[in-house]
Structures are given as C-alpha cells and as structure tokens.
Design a protein around this ligand. Structure first.
Ligand code: BES
Ligand code: ZN
Length: 967
C-alpha cells in the first residue's frame, strides 16, 4: 500500500527532471525545492532518494458485464482539470540503444466535483517514473489532505493511468497530481514525435507534436477529452542551439546544466483555457520571418533555414495578416491570443493542424516558391491557412463537447476557408470552387446507402478509431455544403451575427451543435425582414440527423415539385431508418429564363408551384449556384431547353450552374433516373466552353467513364470524342499563351490550361506528345534549367514518364531526391507512378514502405498514385493485400490515410471479380479490423457493386453514342 505525503501549504513541490535513462533501466529521480520560482514553474535540481517498483499493466477483465470505470473510453465526470505544469525534454540525438526519447514531468491541478476514490487520467505509451513507490504523487491543495494512493496502474486498451485511493477525495477540494515519465520520440507522426531532414548533407532532427485527436496522452498524462479544458504552463528543455515553440509566447529562457548536459529552459506564457488536442510543442533549429499586426499581434512563419532564406515563407506571411483581419471582422471577435505562429514540417501526417497559436503544416501546405511552385500550390496554401485560422475561433475558442460533433468544427472551417481566402485573393473567384471541392465531393459519398448522418450521437463515438473515423468526407465536405446552404438562406449578415453571438457566449467553453442553431435562431428573430418556414433547429435537423440528400424533380409543364432520397444505386438497400422518412425542408433558389425568382421552400414530399410552369422559349433552372445541398431533375422538355441554351448561349448561365447541369445529369444517369445519353449530351457544348469549373466537372464525370472503360473497347471511342471536344480548348490556350510561352492571366484560366494540356495529351491530340517530350528532354539535358512552367509540371512530368522508359524515370527519381522544395518533390513523386513499365511500378511500390526513400507521411498517397495508373492498379492492389497488416499497423491509426488508400484503389473497381476480391479482402482482415477506414470499406463495396451494374447496363449505349458523336 502506498504512503501518504502531505505537504504544507508553503512547501512547494519542486521539480523533477528526468535524466537520460533508457526505457528499460530502473529510474532515479531528482527532487528539489525550487525557491526562486512560483509553483507554476519547475526547475531541475538534484539529490533525491531512488525508489523502484515494477509497473503494472492491466488488461480489462474478459467477460465482465459491469465494466469498471477504467474499461470505459470516456472519462468519469468526477474530476475537472484546472491547470497543468508540463515540462518536456526531447532528445534530438539517439541514446545508447539507438532510441530517440523524451523525458518529462507534469502536474495537473484538478477539482473534485463528485465524490470518488479513483483518479482516471489518460496516459499512453509513457513509462512512468516511480514517485515514492507509485506511478504518481498526489497532494491536496488548501485545507484538503490527499488520500493515500493504494494502487496505480496503466490500462493499455483504454489508455489510462488509474489510481485507486485509500479514501475518497473531498467534493469541492482541489488536488495536484504529479507524474514523471519517459516516452519514445518515434517517427510515428503521433503525439510527441520526431521529424528528420537533411541540411547541407547533415541529418537534422525536429521534435514536434500532433495531438488531435487523442495523442496528447502520448506526450504527458492528461484528461485528454475536448471538454476537459484547462490552462497549460509549458516549459521545454532543449539544446542551446535549438529553439523551442509552444502555443503561448516564450516568456523566459534560462541556461542550465542538467546531468552534465548544457541545456536551455524555455518557459511559455500560460495558455488560454483550452482543450488538450490543441496543444503543440516543437524543438527545432528553424528560422522565421515575422510581421506585426496592429502593433501587438506577433505573426511568424517558421521553416527550415534554407526554405526561409529562399523566401518560401513570404507568401504565407503575406496572406496571414489579411486572413486574420477578415475573421476578426466576420466573427466580430478579436484574435484571442498574443501571437500566431505557423510552421512547416518535413514530416507531418495531415495537411495542417490548428494548434492554438502554433499551427503546424506539411511543407507543401505552407511553403511557396514564386518561381518553382504552381498556381495550384499557391491556392492550396491559402485555402489551408484560411481553414486553420478559421479554427482559431471556431473550434479553438469555442470547442465541441465531444467528437461526435466534429462535423461542425471541420465542416465549418471547410466552408469559411473559402471566405477567408477570397478576402485575401479577391480576383480568384475562389468561392465558386467550393462546388468542386466540397459540394460534389459530399454528394458522391452521401448518395450511397452506406453513408451516415452528419450528426452522431455521443454514445456512438468512443474509442480512438471511431474518433479518427469522424474525420471523413461527410464531416468535411457535406458539413461545409450544408453550412453554406444555411448561410445562403439566412443571408450572410444574419449567419455572421448568430455566429458572433455564439462565439462570444461560449468563449473558452464547449458546446453541442444545437447551441449554434439557438444563436442563429436568435439572429433570425432579431432581423425583421427575414422569413424562414420553420426554426433553424427544425430545418437543420433534416440535413444533419438523416443521411443523404434529396433529388428535387420539377415538372415545368405542371409546376409539380417532388423530392426523393437520391441514391447512386437505386437497388441499394437503405437499412437506416430516418425520423423524417428521407424528406427534407429544401430552400430552392431558382431562375426563369435568366431572371432570379423569389426563393421557394419545398416543405413536403410533393408540392405544386404554379410559378414553375414554363412554356415556349422559357427555361427554368433550380438550385442556382448550387446554393442548396440537393440535385435537380426536370421534365424532358425543360432538359431540352437547357441543353439548347448550353449549345447556343452557355454564358447565360453562371459557371457554377453550367457545372451543376453536367454533374446532376451524369449522376442522375448513374442513378438510372435519366438516360445516359442525356448526360452525355450536356457535354456537347464543351467544345465552346472556356471556363474551368464546368470543364473540371465534366472531366471528373468522364474520369469515371475512363476508369470504367479504359480496359475495354469503349475506350477508343471515348478517346476520340474527348479529343474532339478538347481540341478547341487546347488550340485556344496555345493561341493565348503565344505557343505556350506565356501564362494565361486569369487564375482559373491557368487551371484550365492545365486541364487542356493534360487531357489533350492523354487523348492523343496532335502535337501534344511531341511538345511534352521535348520539354522533358531539355530538362534532362540541363537539369539546372527546367523549361517547364510550374503550372504544367505535374501534367508534363506524368506524361513524359508515361511515354518514356527507365531513363526518364530514373531522372525523375534523382530530381526527387535532390528537390529542396517539397511541392516540387511531390509533383515528381506523383509522376513516377505514371510509368507503364510494370517492374518500375513494382520497385516504386517497394520504395513506398522504405522511409529512407519515401517519407512515411507520403506512403499511402504514393500507393494511390500507382493505383490511379491503369497498369499500376493490379500491382498496387496486390501489394496492399499482401502487406495489409503491416500497412494498417504502420499507417492505419491516423485519420485520412488508410481510408484514402482504400477509396483510391477501389475507385475503378467495376467487375464481379473485383467485387469478389474486395469482399474477400474484407473477410480476410476482419481480425485486424479497418479502424477509421471501416466506413470507407463499406462505401467501396457499395460503389463497386453500383459500378459493376452500371457498366453492364450502359456499356452498349455509351459505345453507340460516343461512336456516333466522334465520327
Ligand atoms: N484538424 C485538422 C487536422 C487533423 C485531421 C487532425 C485529421 C487530426 C486528424 C485540420 O484542421 C484539417 O482539417 N486539416 C486538413 C486541411 C484542410 C484544408 C481540409 C488536412 O489536414 O487535410
Ligand atoms: Zn480543420
């Protein structure tokens, strides 16, 4: 049984800094009183008793019905953290065992709000150091005496440190729990981990953290749930040649010598009251550029020295100020912190992470080279910065209570990122692109019977895999689309007003999604001239509590309007009941013959709107600018009128509407609601189309045809048709770029040029292959001078490698290894998957699981690139099946990656055999589970089934139509 230690009020516990000890050795502690500093700060000292015990680890009792509190994934509600002192010392050099480790100690002051004799706190993969015979040390604050620790043990499955006390804690009293620990600074991209890179031939190590969703517990014991907000006082111990960063401003640095090692202690200001998943700790020797906003807010961009010296952080710095400014106005709440750091990391699993005050990025998501990077790279950077900065308020200042509401956090940021980016780059029309990158993406998954509602009940989301599984297309893209629809029907000022009062009311607190609806409702009620047919709450429930979306059918002969749950595969069985019977309250913006009409609300399954009758030359278009999250179908005569409008005067419709007609038609055809030939007819006008969004939409739909047919005889006619359609666009760009020597002026025109060149080459347009081969050849002859414009690099590299042989591939590999700009490396990495030579592809697949060749962060996306290639698909699929358990264990825990891998590989599956293989793959690996990718696998099976049927039913018609049209 443990002893009790009482410390009088004026005795302050000092610090425990762990010495460099290997994981296996018995641990000695140094304890001393710190006379100089307040209890908030710990300082190393020496001379303390050594004590040892074995660590116990329990596994949950099998078969027990009444689960123990430590077998439950959710923390009990008896203890509430107030503040933490965390000291961490990452070692950037490996120890005698070849391991990189970190040591640390931390204390948490918590309040007991319900009687309990049990302390349960998250703790994962940490070796706890013994404190007086226990894993932890407890002390009472104020008058409270700490009960004795009877037993302390780690629970592996639920990732807890559990402490059984000899008597209960007093309700209302506060206590301080102290732990000291050692962890591995592994290269696993989770928790406190290490990233490595070479600078001037020397290997450098960076210690960095990624806490979301459940990895803070891997850095120090903590109450690791989003609602357990607290203040964090962080101190980092590090080499004097390095710099330490965390969420707050650095307020103190002192040099010291610990265990003979000269070190620096950097202390940071206490954070705001915040969630653990937003913490960040970094030690590196990066440098920064800075600007000061309003004289007080410090804005810095950090990166490797070479990247900063080459000016790669300049673009990010230049847009950060304006974007923060935009959000301060939009939310009507000042930026809540005193600094904003953003840092580019060589190894990073997600694209970026919104740690409060210290946002972390992949290099490709933050660093821009004006000479070498493409317009697409630039847009990705501004979009991602805008997304993460949106979270500084929505998500960080006000946080969801639990992960079931993640959609609100990510969906919201995915919507407003377009607004922030548009403010900083007003000429780009970036807001239109939401339909490509979110609305259509949401539709694709949400049209499956295996989709799921945006909103999950709290009890449905428990363990880490379920939490990671929430970071999916539905949360991000449907979330964004639905919030955009809400903002559209409330109007932006009302939406922003409600939002602002929500943020002010719940600042530093946690919410559930209905809190937002309440504040938006208030805003509606305070605005006299806005009318909605029901409360925000009731309207939105239809969109968040049931999966899917409606297909609205308008019969313009009768004015009859109907809605149905749209399914990509009409035969799929929907076994998920809905309290609304799959009907929605649908806000319909629409126009008649070019004239906008008053918004119409479809409140029932069917309705008559006589205003929607049209005749003669009139036409009707509903869901203008895709402002609603639904698809539209018309009676055949209105379809004909829209088709003829496209063919005669397509500019009468906005780019978004042109894109939407194509996308709706193709998807309705896939859902067997209209004929495939009608869908194909919407693309006839493309020979006159010069805008990006309609072209991109069409190509994504044709991409499906390419995937389905590029291994069959249909492919020849498809190529001929697309060649015919793309030819004029290719010529157009050739002319306006003066024979490819200039860049089109418009932002999206630059994108469309890439489309034109890419498609023209793959469809065999005359002159294209020669052009590309000569550019690549020139580069191979003089690697110092790359004649290929950055915008065209991805396309040109891919085509040149596809046309070329080993020599072209090996050259790309060499340039990849030498690249100092991550986005350049990334283009080459994708292009190397374009070769048609099987052994090169197989060798490349092997490289993907060798971290000395391909960074771990890039493994799954590289395999996906190979699977995109028609020759690579069977190789990649075989590779993945053979090594599934390794891949899953190495890369499976993270959020997007394995899930993306499954959807990437199965995208072109369309045969009965492939369906069978997929199902077998599922069965064979059930013992391992699919973690966060479970949902994606089900979706892949459903999509393959639908594809298989679609191909069988449509192949002949498609072939006939294409043959006729390409003649
Ligand atoms: N909070 C996420 C990062 C994240 C994702 C953490 C998954 C843990 C698991 C961040 O805000 C984010 O959404 N990043 C996106 C970029 C964004 C522009 C969609 C990403 O990483 O791709
Ligand atoms: Zn996000």
């Amino acid at each position: 049984m443990g002893k009790v230690y009482y410390l009088s009020k004026n005795v302050v516990i000092g610090l425990l800094v762990l010495t460099t000890i290997s994981l296996a050795t018995i641990i000695g502690l140094s304890i001393a009183y710190d006379k100089e500093k307040s209890k908030d700060r710990d300082k190393p000292g020496g001379g303390a008793p050594d004590s040892t015990t074995t660590m116990h680890t329990t596994m949950p009792t099998p078969g027990s019905i009444q689960k123990e509190p430590w077998d439950l994934y959710r923390l009990p509600d008896s203890l509430v953290p107030v503040f933490y002192n965390v000291t961490l010392w990452p070692r950037l050099k490996s120890n005698a065992d070849g391991l990189f480790i970190f040591t640390g100690h931390s204390s948490v002051v918590f309040k007991c709000v319900k009687e309990t004799d049990l302390i349960i706190i998250h703790c994962n993969k940490l070796n706890l150091t013994n404190l007086y015979g226990h894993h932890a040390y407890l002390r009472g604050l104020g008058e409270a005496a700490a009960p004795p620790i009877r037993k302390a043990w780690l629970v592996v499955k639920t990732e807890y440190l559990a402490i059984q006390l000899g008597s209960p804690l007093a309700v209302g009293a506060s206590y301080e729990l102290h732990t000291a620990f050692q962890g591995e600074l592994a290269d696993d991209l989770e928790g406190f981990y290490r990233s490595e890179y070479f600078e001037d031939g020397v290997k450098k190590v960076v210690a960095v953290s990624q806490m979301e969703a459940t990895y803070a517990r891997k850095a120090f014991p903590c109450f690791d749930e989003p609602a357990m907000k607290a203040i964090f006082y962080v101190t980092i111990i590090h080499d004097r040649t390095t710099v330490a960063l965390s969420n707050g401003r650095e307020i103190d640095t002192t040099n010291d010598v610990i265990d003979g090692v000269p070190v620096r202690l950097t202390a940071f200001e206490g954070t705001q009251r915040m969630s653990t998943y937003l913490l960040a700790f970094i030690v590196c020797d990066f440098v920064y550029i800075q600007s000061t906003q309003n004289n007080s807010l410090l804005v810095r961009i950090w990166a490797r020295r070479k990247a900063i010296d080459d000016g790669h952080g300049d673009y990010a710095l230049s847009v950060t100020g304006p974007i923060l400014h935009f959000y301060e106005h939009y939310y009507n709440v000042a930026y809540p912190l005193s600094k904003s750091d953003q840092i580019a990391l060589p190894d990073f699993n997600a694209g970026a992470m919104e740690n409060w005050g210290l946002v972390t990025y992949r290099e490709t998501a933050l660093l821009y080279d004006p000479i070498l990077s493409s317009t697409g790279n630039k847009q990705r950077i501004i979009a991602i910065i805008s997304h993460e900065l949106a979270h500084m308020w929505f998500g960080n200042l006000v946080t969801m209570k639990w992960w079931n509401d993640l959609w609100l956090n990510e969906g919201f940021a995915s919507y407003v990122e377009y607004l922030g980016a548009d403010y900083a780059e007003p000429t780009w029309n970036i807001k239109d692109q939401i339909i490509l990158y979110d609305v259509h993406k949401g539709f694709a998954v949400d049209a499956l019977a295996s989709s799921h509602p945006l909103s999950r009940r709290e009890e449905e989301v428990n363990d880490s895999a379920q939490i990671s599984g929430m970071f999916n297309v539905i949360s991000y893209s449907k979330g964004a689309a639905v919030l955009r629809m809400l903002s559209e029907f409330l109007t932006e000022p009302v939406f922003a007003k409600g939002l602002s009062s929500y943020l002010i009311t719940f600042a530093f607190e946690n919410t559930v999604y209905t809190d937002l609806w309440d504040h938006l409702q208030q805003a509606v009620e305070n605005t006299p001239d806005i009318r909605i047919p029901d409360t925000v709450h009731n309207i939105m429930n239809h969109w968040t509590l049931q999966m899917g979306f409606p297909l609205v059918t308008i019969d313009t002969r009768t004015g009859c309007v109907t809605q149905n749950h749209f399914l990509l595969d009409p035969d799929a069985v929907v076994d998920r009941p809905s309290e609304f019977n799959y009907t929605w309250i649908v806000p319909i913006k629409w126009m008649k013959t070019g004239v906008e009409q008053e918004q119409y609300w479809l409140l029932h399954k069917t309705d008559i709107n006589s205003g929607m009758r049209v005749s003669g030359e009139e036409w009707l278009l509903a869901n203008t600018n895709v402002s609603g999250y639904f698809r539209v179908n018309y009676d055949p005569s209105n379809w004909d009128r829209l088709l003829s409008l496209l063919n005669t005067n397509h500019k009468a419709l906005s780019v978004m509407n042109r894109a939407q007609i194509i996308d709706d038609a193709f998807n309705l055809a896939r859902g067997k609601i209209i004929n495939t030939t009608l869908a194909l007819k919407t693309t006839k006008y493309l020979s006159k189309e010069r805008d990006y969004i309609p072209w991109e939409t069409a190509l994504r739909n044709f991409d499906f045809y390419i995937l389905m047919f590029d291994r069959s005889e249909v492919y020849g006619s498809l190529q001929a048709y697309l060649r015919k359609q793309i030819q004029p666009l290719f010529e157009h760009f050739k002319t306006i770029t003066a024979n490819w020597t200039k860049v089109p002026a418009g932002h999206t025109d630059q994108y469309n040029q890439i489309t034109a060149v890419g498609l023209a080459c793959s469809m065999g347009v005359e002159g294209c292959r020669v052009l590309i081969e000569s550019w690549y050849r020139q580069w191979m002859e003089d690697p110092q001078r790359n004649p290929i414009h950055p915008n065209l690099k991805s396309t040109v590299y891919c085509s040149a490698i596809a046309f070329g042989g080993v020599e072209e591939w090996d050259f790309a590999w060499m340039m990849f290894k030498n690249a100092t700009l991550a986005s350049e490396a990334s283009k080459l990495r994708a292009a190397m998957a374009c070769t048609k030579i099987p052994w090169l592809l197989n060798r490349y697949l092997e490289y993907t699981v060798d971290p000395t060749k391909i960074r771990k962060q890039d493994t799954t996306s590289t395999i996906q690139h190979v699977a995109q290639n028609v020759v690579g698909l069977p190789l990649a699929w075989k590779f993945v099946r053979e090594r599934w358990s390794y891949i899953f264990q190495q890369y499976g825990k993270g959020s997007f990656s394995v899930s993306n891998l499954i959807s990437g590989i199965t995208k072109r599956f369309s045969t009965e055999f492939e369906l069978h293989e997929l199902k077998k793959f599922k069965e064979d690996n059930l013992y391992l589970g699919f973690g966060s990718a479970t949902g994606t696998l089900e979706q892949a099976i459903e999509t393959t089934t639908a594809n298989f049927k679609w191909v069988k039913e449509n192949k002949a018609h498609v072939l006939a139509w294409l043959t006729e049209e390409s003649a």
